[in-house]
Structures are given as C-alpha cells and as structure tokens.
Design a protein around this ligand. Structure first.
Ligand code: ATP
Length: 327
C-alpha cells in the first residue's frame, strides 16, 4: 500500500514559547516544498474540536521568524482530555482531510497527541515548544534559551539595586516541576543560589544556603527560586529568612509572564527552523508518534512515551558550579 500524506494539520498548544512562530514557518514551508497541504489549526486542540482551521500558503508565514508568541494562538483545552472530545477532533480531521498532525508544545500536548494517535491510528510528530526545557530526550526545547536570556537580563538589573542597597533578593522564575530556568539563569547571572525542585526540599536548600554564609564576602545576595505555590513561592522563602535573620534587608521579585515574551534568540530561531524541517522529514520517513529532539547538536526522534516521562534531571556539574562560584 502506498504511504502518502497529502495534508497535515499544524497547531501550537500549551504555554506559548518564543520560537513557536519560527517552527510554524519551518513546518509550513517544508510541507509545501514537499507538495503537502498545510491546514493551520487555531488555539491548539480547541481549534481541532471547533474546526477553527485555515489552509496556509508560504506567504502566511512571512515575517514571523522574529516574533514571540504564536500566530496560531494557543489554549488549554479540557474537552480534549476526554475520549468524546478527541472523537470530535478526529471527526474534524476526517472532514478537513487532514492525514497527519504536527503539534508544537510541551508534555501535556504530547500526552494528548499520544492518546489521539492510539485511539485513531493517526501519524503525529511533536516539536518541543516550551520555555521549561522539561522534556526528556532533548538537550533544549524551543523557547528555553530566549527565556533564560530574558531572566538573565532581569537579574542583572536586580543586581544593581541589590548591591547598592546591600539587600538579599529572592527572584521567582517559572518552572514548577523543572529547575532548568532557575539553575541556569542563576549561573548566567552570577546569582548566589538557586532553589529548584530537583534537589531536596526548598526549605532544606534555603537552610544550606544560610549555612554556607548567605553573603560571605559580598554585600548583596540573589537567590533564584523556581516557582512553587506549596511553599508560597519566593515570598514564602523570603518570610522564612526574615524570621530567622531579621538583620537582613530581604526583597522579592516575581518575574511572571515577561519570561514568556519577546523576540526569540538566534539559538531558538535556528533550533525551531531545524526541528520544523525535521518534523516533516520524519513524516515522510513514515515516523509517527515521536518528538523531534536535539542531542549534541544532532536531531533525534524520541517516542512520545519517553519524551513525557518525568525524570529529566538538571546537570549535576551545573549545580556544583553554582555552589563553587558563589563563594
Ligand atoms: P507547557 O509545558 O508550556 O505548559 P504543555 O503542552 O505541557 O505546555 P498543557 O496545558 O499541560 O501544556 O497541555 C496542553 C493541552 O494538551 C491541554 O490543554 C489538553 O488539551 C492537552 N492534554 C494535556 N494532558 C492531556 C491528557 N492527559 N490527555 C489528553 N489531552 C491532554
């Protein structure tokens, strides 16, 4: 039997990430280059259920490589978590004559993709677009490098005021379940510590930081905290420190959504372009239910089941470097 894909559906889903547009552009143009039609699906899985779909031509993705966010919009879609919701999505695909899907998003997006693929035997390829970098099997995800640079620039600015007033700053960054942003922005900005979900409890990490002398020879300290609502986030840790050490002038900054925005870095644009091309090539090679990853600068195929398993660890040498360099 001839294996042929004549039309793909393309969507972005989950949290937006800088570089998603560059991936949309690359997928669209590579598909058209190979004679495959592209149907752009708006608002993630929601658009697949409601049928918010439009065919894209090459010029529909002009001028977007440097734009943050996603021109396809994104949404969380509870209905897609149900078999009935996915049935409706499948019916839309039949109606629109979509033979395969390219989904750009994070672990939730790929979990949903896996369900749909299992139930209806649809070829799906994932492109990792999330600032958290929490997908297994890839050194980096699209958007992570940009978010890291954004945080670094903010922390550099906070350092000016922290050192002028001789304060201790807790800076809260995104990454509820993953400390990549916190750890590596701490390294990049020369922060004194990072409190991350991969290592002990936040309280223990704070204790260790205090035990190490907090400021040592310096007049200011910056601690990057991966968001953690259970402990009241960075504010919760700041309160604990203030109780134990009222002599310190402790302040909190929550960076929030500004971490998601902005024009993608060169690294993210290149990564998104390479992964977007690879996603179509993977479909042409009859790959299905895989995520495109990058390992040692080589593109790899990672089965969804592995990509979403929840145990990608931070680099131990980065943890050690942060401790050593904080003296
Ligand atoms: P980010 O890491 O940036 O948050 P994400 O892809 O993990 O991105 P989620 O909101 O977790 O973002 O997931 C996106 C969408 O994927 C959900 O709104 C839902 O429609 C679908 N989804 C998530 N988990 C499942 C699941 N277990 N079954 C079916 N669909 C799911």
């Amino acid at each position: 039997m001839e294996y042929s894909i004549k039309c793909i559906g393309l969507l972005t889903s989950g949290g937006d990430a800088p570089g998603m547009n560059a991936a949309v552009r690359a997928v669209t143009r590579t598909a058209i280059f190979n004679g495959i039609k592209v149907k752009a699906i708006y608002r993630g899985y929601k658009g697949l259920i409601t049928g918010e779909i439009r065919e894209f031509q090459t010029q529909d993705v002009s001028g977007i490589i440097g734009r943050g966010g996603t021109i396809l919009k994104t949404a969380r879609c509870e209905e897609f978590r149900t078999p009935e919701g996915r049935r409706t999505a499948y019916e839309t695909m039949l109606r629109e004559q979509i033979d395969a899907l390219i989904v750009i998003g994070g672990d939730g997006t790929f979990t949903g993709a896996r369900e749909l693929a299992k139930e209806y035997n649809i070829p799906i390829v994932g492109v990792p677009g999330t600032i958290d970098n929490d997908l297994w099997g890839t050194d980096s995800t699209i958007g992570y490098d940009t978010a890291l640079n954004t945080i670094m620039e903010c922390v550099d600015k906070i350092r000016d005021t922290a050192s002028s007033h001789e304060r201790v700053f807790f800076v809260e960054v995104m990454g509820r379940d993953a400390g990549f942003l916190a750890l590596n922005s701490a390294l990049a900005a020369g922060a004194e510590a990072a409190i991350i979900p991969e290592r002990k409890t936040p309280e223990e990490q704070l204790e260790a930081f205090i035990g190490n002398g907090l400021r040592k020879s310096k007049n200011s300290s910056i601690v990057i905290v991966a968001e953690n609502p259970e402990i009241g986030g960075a504010q919760g840790l700041a309160n604990t420190l203030k109780e134990k050490h009222p002599e310190y002038d402790v302040r909190v900054t929550i960076l929030g959504h500004l971490q998601r925005g902005g024009s993608p870095t060169a690294y993210d644009r290149i990564l998104a372009s390479r992964m977007g091309v690879a996603a179509i090539n993977a479909l042409l090679e009859e790959q299905r239910n895989i995520m495109i990853g990058i390992k040692n600068d080589e593109l790899v195929y990672v089965p969804f089941s592995k990509a979403i398993k929840d145990d990608k660890d931070v680099n131990p040498d980065s943890v050690q470097a942060l401790q050593i360099l904080a003296i």
